[in-house]
Write a protein that binds this ligand. Sequence first.
Ligand code: SF4
Length: 336
Amino acid sequence: MDTVIDIKTEEMLKVENLTKKFLIKKQKMPWQKKKYVHVLNGINFTINEGEAFGLVGESGCGKSTTAKVIMDIYSPTTGSIKYNSTELTGLKGKEKKAIRKDIQYVFQDPMGALNPRIAVIEQIYEPLIIHYGRKGHKEYYKKAVDLLESVGMKEAHGKMYPHQLSGGQRQRVVLARAMILEPEMLICDEPISALDVSIQAQVVNLLMKIREEKGITLLFISHDLSMVRHLCDRTVVMYMGNIVEFADRETLFNNPLHPYTKSLINAIPIPDPRIKREETILEGEIPSLLHPPSGCRFHPRCPIAMPECSIREPELKILPDGRQAACLALEEGVKS
Ligand code: SF4
């Protein structure tokens, strides 16, 4: 059942015209050209305070790169990221440290995110030492135990090392560590993809609980649309570095319009075999970002592609029902 949570309309994170390219071939001789791969091509979205915001698409669509640029793991090529109206790009020193503590990142691979040689409780309170110094060690320990318990684990687990815990427990530890600085926003980058299916729903339910209890804003990145549907109020669908559709939960999942979104949603398994739905099987592999298709990047795989689609690139436009989509077949009578 969908949880009803108060979402304020204040903008918390505003991403504007975000682009990211990576250098893949250096210029060794003056006559040689540098070569870049363009991973993000002008991404725009706004996350409101208290909302759970989804970013979905197949691997390589740019969703994790978007998160890493927001987290300053990669610097953007161009564009702006504002957090509560403060520009994050180019922020340095104390100002950066202060604002960064309010946005925490939950990694895809909990094993890789934890130090195998340090007991997990120490890893949970480590961010407090980094931000506030070593003094309040006792309080840090107590706070870490409280958090460990709030994610459904016991104090005894804190004395263990990451390899002694299950995958689901490790992800709970990573969540507890992300929460210790009492952030306003959590960016969860494929937080369930490394977990067994049986554990995935538990971690998503835990995220819902954290959000409900702490009023935290979530950016949830996943290729699993069933989990996104369960958790997110609004969702952006990405394909090869572009946003192709953006809508609230009901609009997106009950009536997807972009052919790519349709195929992703149609691929979600239905538990009841008596329920039939329109088949839109996504064929072919995602083309290489080194040689993206001309026009609409989705045209080689699109079941309704028109001749124009390989020539003209569709823009993301606002449709009459308020959603945004980038598809030439949907363009008549829409606003840019
Ligand atoms: Fe398909 Fe053309 Fe729309 Fe692209 S623009 S999604 S190819 S119909």
